[in-house]
Design a protein around this ligand. Sequence first.
Ligand SMILES: [Zn+2]
Length: 732
Amino acid sequence: MAGGRWQVACIALLALLLGVGALSEFNQRGLYAAPAAQDATPCRPDLTSPTGLPASQSPTPFSDPCQSPNPPSPIPQFQVVRITFADEAALRPLTGNLDVWEVDRQAGEVVALIYPGQERWLQLLGYTWTVDVAQTAEISQPVVRSKDQTSGIPGYACYRTVTETFADLSQLAEENPAIAQWIDIGDSYDKMTPGGPAGSDINALVLTNRASTATEKGKFVLIAAIHAREYATAEIATRFAEKLVAGYGVNPDITWLLDYNEVHIIPQANPDGRGWAEQGYSWRKNTDNPAACNSSPFNAPFSYGVDLNRNSSFLWGTCFSGCSSPEPCSVTYRGSSAGSEPEVQAIESYLRSVFADQRGPNINDAAPLDTNGIFISLHSYGNLVIYSWDHTGTDAPNMPELRRLGRKFGYFNRYSVCNTSNCLYAVDGSTTDFAYGEFGVATYTFEVGTSFFQSCSYFESSIVQQNIDALLYAARAARRPYQLAAGPDTLSVALSATHVDAGRPLTLTATADDTRSYANGYGVEPTQPISAGRYTVDRPSWEITATYPLSPTDGALNSTSEGLWAAIDTSGWTPGKHAIFVESQDSGGSWGPPGAVFVTLFGQRGLALEQNPASVEATSGDTITHTLIITNTGEQTEKFVVAVQSGAWADSGLDSELLLQPAISVTLHITVGVPLTASIGMTDVLIVDISSTYPGLGGTATLETIVTKEPTSEPGASPPPLYLPWIYNKAP
Ligand SMILES: [Zn+2]
């Protein structure tokens, strides 16, 4: 024990001495994998100038670095190394000073990106390490925009740039004003600072049914890309938004999520830094104070900026060591003061506007179990779901509830669910600790995937869907995250019919499942048997008093997963679309979030067919036209299938489908060619069957052609029959 403590003290002292005398020599700087021109010839910004690029000459983020006035230059010798550490005390100097990519506590190994000078630093502190040859080779690869790539980050077409993200999401809001708003919540460092690059707004997309009469909406805030180089994160957030908007009114679950929740998405929390990262730099921080690192003898022109995930004002810079860095050129530089950065100020003030403060003033005050709100910050990488606290290994006062909900997310993305003290390393000034500390809401960092510059193939095949599924669960639980995650999930909610006549009975079925949790080796959440199921009509149970029970399909509630059913009497329901919400409860007494299904009840239904005339008189050799007017005389839109049974004579009738709103008519014109050989008195009959795709409504028209005349001229002079397509005349 004594020896261990002495070792800790030694390392701390060495780190301190180096920090005073020489830490600036070992500055971090952005690795770059230089982008290439359209012709796929690599081009690189000049990173070897002794003072780096002055701010006025810095390539503007979003510009093509191949247009930079600086000629190609040699690549500095960055290496990805695997460093062995013995204990927490030996880990802290690494996380506090190096660009740490991975921490494996069980193996006692850190993966970090180091600059040549840092090898000496590691040596002096007595660390041993090996070079990760494969990763070092990978980071030295230039980023190449293929000739056919027209959008996205060069070499990574699946990831939209900041500009593209903002354009697509603002357009999404413009096209869906009832459920989406694109709002400006602040400015980036560059936008706030004259004389440099133009900078950017910080934007949020707010998704909710703005006309909803919900008494209390759940609050879910998602941010992404606060670390610039973490490519996959912003795209997950953007696609999540697009999925919600596309599913509203169509998917019953997504519909209630937006009717009864607000989903706030800040897809690009660090647009200035991202501008560099999009050019291939391993840029993590914002772009504050470009001159800060120019005096370094080790030349670190691209190591400036503040780590926005160390700059939050809650317990900023307070943990012992290794949580954040006071050194301006470190990748984890915490900034000059708590909340000093405009991006952090924008996010913090936005969170204050969304979340109520539900936690007491003391560090050990737990938020109440009925707390409303979830906050998730998307990062990469590591395949982790991390719950607060971040700044200490001491459990957060809501740890059991935080862990329980985290394991629900783990069910979907299969990540390790843990906190910084047992699967990563402690950090202070994180956005998640701010959100939990200030408001008591349930907060998580997702570390998605296996690389900052994640390949599109892995992103598309694995990362995006499983994380969107986890985010959908977050939206389900947002109103009561500490309670709902304790209850079973209600899945596969279905009805015996999607459309029925009002008053007809329906059978409702669902599956209740209490087992959907996963932590990948970080413990197992206990499960309980299902004890009850209930449903409500039109509004969820917390908005309405009338609830109805479901029964177990196997006759007994005794398992952690149960089939449930109920017979529903629709007598007295108003015609139109209804939502049915089903919830289930476990024997611990917890109800989970609902699953929903839509049903449309028909009001009065009707179909009118009008033939004009009923029987058409024809001359042999002529082409005549039948007219059939089809009218939806009911109270709801119907889809009709039109089936034509031809007679012996050729006609232009075709099978088809008609979508008809109430009181709308369609006129069909069907031509029949009367053969020259047909004699007076001969007839031909065409039958047109019209039936709704929903049972119970249909009709038949019989179109008769009768020959009443024979042609007066010679047969050869008659023109050939002409077959016309149908002509649709829609008229109210
Ligand atoms: Zn990150």
